[in-house]
Design a binder for this molecule. Structure first.
Ligand code: FES
Length: 97
C-alpha cells in the first residue's frame, strides 16, 4: 500500500442510492442519478474534470432530506436538490480557489 496526495482539488459526492420500499435519493422521481450525471457533464463542459471529481455515492444517511450532495474538502452539504438546481449548484461547485 502507498499513500499519495489527493489527486483532485474537490470531490462531489452525489447520493445515487436506490432502495425498494424506502425513501432514497435516486428512487424513481427523486432525481439523484440525473443530478449526478448533470453535475458530471457540467464539470466536463467546464474542462475541470482533472480537478473536480463528481462521484455517485451510496447512502449518506440523510435519506428523507435528499437528494443529497456533499462537497469535499469544503464540507458543503446540499439537501433537497432538484434537477432544476443543478445549474446554480454547478456554478458553486466549479469555483476553484
Ligand atoms: S439514500 Fe441518499 S442519503 Fe440515504
Amino acid at each position: 500500500m502507498q499513500q499519495k496526495p489527493i489527486p483532485y482539488r474537490r470531490t462531489v459526492f452525489v447520493c445515487a442510492n436506490v432502495r425498494e420500499g424506502k425513501i432514497a435519493c435516486a428512487n424513481p422521481g427523486r432525481g439523484g442519478d440525473e443530478i449526478c450525471r448533470a453535475l458530471k457533464e457540467a464539470v466536463k463542459a467546464a474542462g475541470l474534470n482533472g480537478s473536480i471529481r463528481v462521484v455517485r455515492s451510496g447512502c449518506l444517511d440523510r435519506c428523507g432530506e435528499g437528494p443529497n450532495v456533499f462537497v469535499y474538502p469544503e464540507g458543503r452539504w446540499y439537501c433537497g436538490v432538484r434537477i432544476e438546481d443543478v445549474s446554480a449548484l454547478a456554478q458553486e461547485i466549479l469555483k476553484l480557489d
